[in-house]
Design a protein around this ligand. Sequence first.
Ligand code: ADP
Ligand code: MG
Length: 817
Amino acid sequence: MKKTLENIKKLLTFLVKDDFKYYDRVKEPDRALLIMLQKIKPYLSGKRLAFIEKAEMFLKNYDRFPEEKRKRLLKELHSVFVLKFSYKEIERELSKRKSEKLVSSFVSEFHESSEKYPLKAFLQPPETIKGLGKQSVSRLRKLGLDTILDVLFYVPFRYEDRTSITPMNLLRDGETVLVKGKVAGVVETNTRKGKKLLKVVLYDRHGKVTLLFLRPRVFGFYKKLFSRAKELGREVVAYGKVKRRGLSFTIIHPEVEIFEENKKSYSKVGVVLPVYHLAEGLKQNLVRKDVSFVVKKALPRFPEYLPDEVVDKRNLPEISRALWEVHFPSSSVEELEEFRAPCQRRLIYDEFFLFQTALALVRRRIKDEKGISFPVSEEMLDEFKKHLPFSLTGAQDRVLREIFEDMKSDRPMNRLIQGDVGSGKTVVAAGAAYLAVKSGYQVAVMAPTEILANQHFKKFKEFFSRFGIPVGLLTGSMTPKARATSLKAVKTGYFGVVIGTHALIQEKVSFKNLGLVIIDEQHRFGVKQRAELKNKGNRPDILVMTATPIPRTLALTAYGDLDVSVIDEMPRGRKPVKTKIVFDDEMEKVVAFLKKELSAGNRAYIVYPLVEESEKMELKAATDMFHFWSGKLKGFSVGLLHGRMKQHEKDSVMEKFKSGEFQVLVSTTVVEVGVDVPEATVMVIEHAERFGLAQLHQLRGRVGRSSRQSYCFLITRRTVGEDAIRRLKVLEATTDGFKVAEADLAFRGPGELMGTRQSGIGEFKIADLRRDFDVLKMAREDAFELVNRNPELTGLDDLKEYIKYRFKGNEEFIEIA
Ligand code: ADP
Ligand code: MG
């Protein structure tokens, strides 16, 4: 800690020295600082701790700050560290904390009736527990367990069954077993090479086994143990890995114990043992010893943080009891391995409950805020609909009405529109934008790719020009001059609607009066980015659109802080896309089919996955593919689109495909989201097996956008394997995005579906969204009910404390704490 503290000061001093002369020499100072801050944090409390937490927040967002701001904040960090972080003082405070009676009086046996301490007491470092050795402390640190609470919740990842005894006639080479038998003999001998050896033979009714000890230092101990057992005629249990030598079996260095019926205390054999994740250089035995020491001392004092009603209603074991069981299990290994043991169910419930409570609090806080009350009217709504080239579907109409009500109210809107690809989300967004602009506010529309931003720009521009409302564009690839003009038009309020990419959330962009933020294809944006855009206005309303077929089940956690509207109806006259798996040796059939469709005036996409992430490979793959298809489709015009092209090149290719100049578009997955060319009726996907189901569904969604029949061909190899074919068959069988998503979930698991982009807050340690969905539903219901009833969580200090601890470092949630 002393060293780390010095290093922090050194680094900061170097950075600010001579007016940041060496600033550019340090790569990613934010990372280095963050790591070091983590290290000293457990030793701090009070103001210093609060300061470190603030500093962490700054460092985590370091990349987003402009340089002047970084320097300003680094300077501040530097001066505070030099002034307030003296090692001596910190040490003095620490020793004061250590001696608090609270901790030294931890007991070491489990009594449910023990007097409980506040949860806060468990946020101290493990070394505050009396009797925990220095080495134990450093081992726990190595595992990242900085507080007592961390240790208590360091749940084993599996269990070792040392309860069922293997009869000695059933021993097999290489198996790890527990045997029980009487001692036949104990001898000390030499190996042929002259090494010393202690040999013990055990026998049961079925056979015998030899135990070998090779380290002379332990001979005395074992000789005594086995001789005593032999004299008394007592049985011995031994645990270890069996080796076969000819016809006999041996176990080298087993763990042994004299068997006692009804023995209660914790021992190494005859029990189910927890197995913990290790860090480099650590041994399971020692970690088990350390964890169990802390658990025994601290757990009996650990308070129940859930409200009594919840514990009673769901019939949950008390938390201290549950954790005890997790570390010292009495359940069967089968039950534990399937996560059915009551103690595990309780921990799973808690993970969901904490998360959902935090969400409920965030949501409540947002709802309590005063937002804009737009002066919208029925007439505006009618006016908008009158100008559309088609009439809205029932679902679109319903969702637009929900948005209308949200905007009218003075609560800020936080609404997610979920609708399958092609269900017509854009026009609903345009409706919301219309209402906002007519009410005198600006609207920002953010899209995940430039292609999509351009597409929206054109659509919105065309539509809004009828009303004389200027629509602007702001993307990263604009020339500085065009950009400056756009920025100005945003600032003066000339643009009623601004469409853009990430560029929209940059610091330089400021609005005159931003009232509504629309985010398309939300799964591409994190929670944080949403928050940033929000901060550009005075609590603007937020509308998020997604076609990510995150199943409803997952949406509960992924979008827990949003109200959800679902467009569950396709525009009239849409025909489901006919989908077919085709093997690559039948490609000529596809070519013939394509020719027929193209001759009839339709357009086609041909998409293939990136084989390799490198630039060269991508370029080569793209051009090869392009030549291949141009050759096959002589007489038709073929365009090429890939990620390495310049933005204006991409735009012009897209434009030509839209206008029909190109009839075929050979492309990488840049067309995956949002692209809308209704004349396209054929989607050919090469190497379909390399895509995820959700992605394939998105790609397929590029066709079937008119009343014409559309087709999708999933090209793959015959040798691709059963699993892959089974996956692709899902797409043949359904065009319903939610069904595809459910299947995807079953194939891949929720972690991957939500992706790392989902900000990580939905990650659970032992809960599994698929396996434990029933628990999630209960926990969500309970959490929302609790927050409704008791929004301040009055009388639930431990719960509050725990939520704070669990979500530290997460800005969205930290605010509520
Ligand atoms: P997505 O929900 O995938 O974003 P879009 O908003 O791009 O879908 O709409 C898909 C296509 O359907 C667009 O060409 C759009 O003009 C058209 N569309 C949307 N709503 C209707 C409707 N009610 N009737 C007919 N066509 C519609
Ligand atoms: Mg869309």
